[in-house]
Design a protein around this ligand. Sequence first.
Ligand code: ATP
Length: 259
Amino acid sequence: MQPVVSVRGVTKVFEEGTQQVPVLHGIDMDVYPGEFVLMMGPSGSGKTTLLSIMGCILRATSGSIRIAGTEVSKLTEKDLPAMRLQNIGFIFQGFNLFPTLTVGENVELSLDLKGVRGSAAKTEAKRLLAQVEMEHKYDSFPADLSGGQKQRVAVARALAGSPGLILADEPTAALDSHSGRNVMTILSTLAHEHGRAVVVVTHDHRVLEFADRIVHMEDGRIVPDDSKQEKQDSKVLWMPLIAGPQPSVGDVLSQGYSL
Ligand SMILES: Nc1ncnc2c1ncn2[C@@H]1O[C@H](COP(=O)(O)OP(=O)(O)OP(=O)(O)O)[C@@H](O)[C@H]1O
């Protein structure tokens, strides 16, 4: 199977006046259709920079990025917006909805950018909003929605045009625990039931369980992932709290728990 996004030897150096600031040091990463990947790591480790490069918002200094088989580094500036529109949906921490447009119009605007207009756009916007259980808010304005509802609209908008790659930067940071889980459930469904490749940058340890894979970054490099162990450890920690007879070691291992 071909990855939706394939990153090889990617570096990024920012220029700050006469200073050169190296931020990414040779990143290799593939994300496949149907995969839900969390990108974690300390502040300043380069997560947003890498996400922006995968999303064709920023150019890498060197290395290769292929999206749906096309080498992005060889595209001209003029070709990048079309690459983004056809292949990538973005979700941001601050929702980025237009406050003067209704929920329906926010989604229709994204569809318009992808060439879907008029009654077809209205029908499709309703379908996308139904996917996140927000069709009943079609005529509402963003100011009348809760944070979780706004983020669900942002997810619907990111789905306009059926992009194969969904990128989200801290999508649960502004949400309470319940709304955050709701949004993560929607994003994991998009990966697991609709075959999208979903990459989420997060500091939110409440959402670890949703990940198929955790990419851990430190100082501009991908480092071995000990969060998987963290996930396993959290299962072991709550196991003795389960009422009833204790399971055998075989039962425990067959359920994927570590000892
Ligand atoms: N445009 C820029 N010019 C110069 N340096 C930058 C620029 N953008 C980011 N950086 C630097 O690159 C490093 C990585 O930033 P980045 O935002 O990718 O990290 P992050 O892991 O996403 O952090 P956080 O979790 O705080 O969002 C930081 O040291 C940041 O200051």
